[in-house]
Ligand binder design. Sequence first.
Ligand code: HEC
Length: 203
Amino acid sequence: MRRWLALLAAAGALAGCERTMKDMYEQPKLGPDAASPLWADGKGSRPPPPGSVPIAMGDLAKTSSGRRGREELVARAAAQAASAAPAADIALLRRGQGRFDIYCAPCHSIVGDGDGMIARRGFPHPPSFHQARLRDAPDRHFFDVITQGYGVMPPYADRVTPQDRWAIVAYIRALQLSQAAPPAAAGASTPAPSLGASSPETS
Ligand code: HEC
């Protein structure tokens, strides 16, 4: 009998819990777009403090919590610290081509000569990747420009992961080679694998 009483008491306590939770859901509150006389700007939600970084933007928004696992963080840190692009294989180049066509080509053009559509419409023309200075620049320079931006070019660190930055760098190297390959490098024997039609993946 005493056991039954204890169970009954526990069930009662749990029901209380459930009710408390519900009260928290249903408490009076202001929705994101609700108006409120509480603040001078008449809005219920407060603007994020200056310098806030959205945690679930771009690539991170694909995950349910906006966060990634420990392994991903280690891989990112390694890519972030590397000084040169990983050895290029066709998968890396394809990935780089997709990311480049999405994030860089609008200004730099799909061949990297700086004559992209946004530049044609009035944005300052970026330099061509095929000039000697940028052909000779180290891989890391391109990585850093993507991460930090450069002059009027905005940074892309919030939407291009460190791994994807290296894929883009590898692809830019391929573009540079495509425009300045010495005739001997054209090699009659083994045809280069085709990258196929430009088909930027969606993620
Ligand atoms: C909105 C247009 C725009 C986009 C998009 C853009 N860039 Fe740029 N980029 C520029 C402009 C303009 C410059 C020249 C900036 C300056 O000198 O003030 C530039 C400069 C550069 C430079 C040359 C830096 C140097 O040493 O002179 C590199 C490398 C570069 N961008 C790479 C990239 C890559 C890679 C991407 C894609 C991830 C990209 N850019 C996306 C506009 C853009």
